[in-house]
Design a protein around this ligand. Sequence first.
Ligand SMILES: Cc1cc2nc3c(=O)[nH]c(=O)nc-3n(C[C@H](O)[C@H](O)[C@H](O)COP(=O)(O)O)c2cc1C
Length: 296
Amino acid sequence: MGVIVKLYEYIQDLVAERPEVFLAFALVLCVQLRILGTRTPTYESQSFKNSTLAADIQEAGAAVDDEVADADHSEEPEEHVPYQPIRYTEQEMVERSRAHYTLMNNRRSVRDFSTEDVPREVIDNIIRVGGTGPSGAHTEPWTYVVVRSAEKKREIREIIEAEEKVNYARRMGEKWVDDLSHIGTTWSKPYLEECPYIIIVFKSAHSKNPDGSKKIHYYHEISSSIGVGFLLGAVQNAGLCSVTTTPMNAGPKLRAVCGRPESEKVLVLLPVGYPRSDATVPDLHRKPLNDIMVVV
Ligand SMILES: Cc1cc2nc3c(=O)[nH]c(=O)nc-3n(C[C@H](O)[C@H](O)[C@H](O)COP(=O)(O)O)c2cc1C
């Protein structure tokens, strides 16, 4: 208590004798407080952690870390060029949208593949379509690894089946396994060797700018997943089939087989080829328009 009284008396004396020193001190204090109050928050700071904005930013893959904050890199604004729209008549639009729906509604996840080969150019074009997807800040956070070699396909099958055995027996739990029972999937995946191609889609949260600074891939998971949607549409358009495969816990080993860097994570694995002539699919039904569309 005595210290506080002494400090109070000292400040009183200081204000009386050297008001300019006191004013300078008060000014510095105000500036400091303002800096603390308006500083760009990092995700790790407690108040920021609790905000919805923090969650959104983390979701976007933009959590600020020191390396990124310090990176001295700014993009030049892109030149804008005229957009070249494709314009159809209303009749054409109706016909095209109907035909496209019919095509896509015919898509099914197929797990019985023919060993028949597929022209390589078709695979290239399918991947090109995947690469046309939109991405957060145009960061294109995807890599499509095309597996062609029989030996690699066997390795991939072994990795996935080993993990799926544990997934089905322990990791997924009774409820999940039960929810999957009507689809008829098991740990066994012979189609991974039968299909002519496996496309493994990798997503990455960041890469490097040409100057070596870190480049953040905003919304990398959403962006890469949209790319997969485009790609699956292209597979269907080519008259081929696939099954979206997400083998839990197999990512790091698959990455090693593909020789990809640690910054890339497996998003999905897509066997691609023709369906076997005796292929079957579960008799699933899709929700009608009224159940999935709300007009406000
Ligand atoms: C994100 C995602 C993950 C999936 N993971 C698997 C999987 O690991 N193994 C599998 O056989 N099918 C998987 N599927 C396929 C679904 O079982 C299939 O899409 C669903 O049963 C509907 O059937 P359809 O694709 O024929 O319309 C996955 C699908 C999605 C979208």
